[in-house]
Design a protein around this ligand. Structure first.
Ligand code: HEC
Length: 161
């Protein structure tokens, strides 16, 4: 064998050794990762796993018309829309005009200024508060739920007659 062959063989052997070593390392790492993350070995409580699975659920699924709805994970309990009290809505929104009579708004607590409005009946007042009336903007310019606005009307009227 020539000297060149010797060099080749020893280099080749070294490369094979390195590759074999790497393979062993990969096997060890893979085994470690497997035991570390494999579901059965994580030592996670069933509850923690259920929560994890819930987080991994897709946000939505495509529903093709005419086909059965794809099975869906039970949606998280919907946040109940928070209904504010009339007093809260009044202070947040309505007082901007109704505390001072801005734009000619009937003034909170002032019987005389509310009397002609109250005379229309609550049904009309609700409608006008919800949909606007003259310079009174719909919902006072807010986007609160209808019920909040009705609560506010009741609050203002009951304190002004
Ligand atoms: C930008 C000012 C403004 C805000 C904010 C406002 N209002 Fe008014 N509101 C008015 C004005 C002005 C009138 C008087 C309209 C008229 O009769 O000319 C009025 C009148 C009303 C009336 C009597 C309507 C009628 O038919 O006589 C009700 C009820 C009412 N507002 C409820 C509310 C409620 C509830 C809120 C809060 C959610 C609110 N308003 C917020 C300006 C406002």
């Amino acid at each position: 064998m020539s000297h060149q062959d010797d060099v080749f063989i020893s280099t080749f052997r070294a490369v094979l050794l390195v590759l074999a070593g790497l393979a062993v390392i990969f096997i060890i790492v893979a085994h470690y990762l497997d035991t570390r993350f494999n579901e059965s070995n994580t030592g996670q409580s069933a509850e923690a796993r259920a929560q994890l699975l819930a987080r991994l659920q897709p946000v939505g699924r495509v529903h093709v018309a005419g086909q059965a709805m794809p099975a869906q994970a039970a949606p998280a309990a919907p946040a109940k829309p928070k209904i504010l009290t009339g007093e809260q809505v009044y202070h947040q929104v309505c007082s901007a005009c109704h505390a001072t009579g801005a734009l000619g708004a009937p003034v909170f607590g002032n019987k005389a200024s509310w009397a002609p409005h109250v005379a229309k009946g609550m049904k009309v007042l609700f409608q006008h508060a919800l949909h606007g009336f003259k310079k009174m903007p719909p919902k006072g310019g807010s986007d609160l739920p209808d019920q909040d606005i009705k609560n506010a009307v009741e609050y203002m009227v009951s304190h002004s007659k």
